[in-house]
Design a protein around this ligand. Structure first.
Ligand SMILES: [Zn+2]
Length: 85
């Protein structure tokens, strides 16, 4: 005679989902290779002021990796030079 407690299992599954979500946010840090894959798109979005919202992980990498930040700044200079006719 096993008694089930639906509310209890519901709660624990909710908590599990929450923990998994937090885990994923913390684990998802871009490597430099992944950063390069997004760099062009990120630079274009930066131009429109949308970069941090659409690609927050790329922005985070910029903050922690000075080498990639220099590449990004160089690319932005090229984009702005091309854009400003
Ligand atoms: Zn990097």
């Amino acid at each position: 005679m096993a008694e089930e407690s639906p509310s209890g299992s519901f709660l624990s599954s909710r908590i599990k989902t929450l923990i998994e979500m937090i885990d994923q946010t913390q684990e998802k840090e871009l490597s430099c290779d992944e950063f390069h894959a997004y760099l062009g798109q990120f630079a274009e979005l930066s131009d429109q002021g949308k970069a941090a919202r659409v690609l927050p992980l790329v922005g985070l990498h910029l903050k922690i990796c000075s080498e990639c930040r220099q590449e990004y700044e160089a690319l932005m200079r090229i984009l702005q030079a091309q854009g400003g006719g």
